[in-house]
Ligand binder design. Structure first.
Ligand SMILES: [Ca+2]
Ligand SMILES: [Ca+2]
Length: 110
C-alpha cells in the first residue's frame, strides 16, 4: 500500500491532465496546431486541470482536494468496485481516453 499509493496519486494527476486534454480535443479543435499553439493548449489544459482540482477556488489545491480527486479517479478506474485496479481495468480506461482523443491521438495515457 505505501509504495503503491503515491504511484496511484501520480496516475490520478496524469489522468486529470489526460481528461482535460481529451476534453480540449473535442471542444476546441485546432485547425493547424503549431508549436506555439501546442504550448498554449498545454497551458490551458494545465489551467483547466488546476481549476478542476481546486474545488473551493481559493487558488491552491489542498491535500484534501487532491485526495478527493484521487479517490474519484480510483473509483473510475476500479470498474468492478473491488478496491483494486487490475491491468485490464487500467487498460480499459486508457482505451476510453484514446477513443475520446480521437483517431488523431492527442491524449497520452501514462
Ligand atoms: Ca483549494
Ligand atoms: Ca477492480
Amino acid at each position: 500500500m505505501s509504495r503503491i499509493f503515491p504511484a496511484l496519486l501520480a496516475a490520478g494527476a496524469l489522468c486529470a491532465l489526460c481528461a482535460a486534454e481529451a476534453h480540449a480535443q473535442t471542444s476546441q479543435p485546432a485547425p493547424s496546431a503549431g508549436v506555439g499553439q501546442r504550448g498554449q493548449r498545454l497551458q490551458r489544459l494545465g489551467d483547466e486541470a488546476f481549476k478542476r482540482m481546486d474545488t473551493n477556488g481559493d487558488g491552491v489545491i489542498s491535500k484534501q482536494e487532491y485526495m478527493e480527486q484521487a479517490e474519484k479517479r480510483f473509483q473510475r478506474l476500479d470498474a468492478n468496485g473491488d478496491g483494486q485496479i487490475t491491468r485490464e481495468e487500467f487498460d480499459a480506461m486508457a482505451q476510453k481516453l484514446r477513443e475520446r482523443a480521437g483517431a488523431g491521438g492527442g491524449a497520452q495515457f501514462p
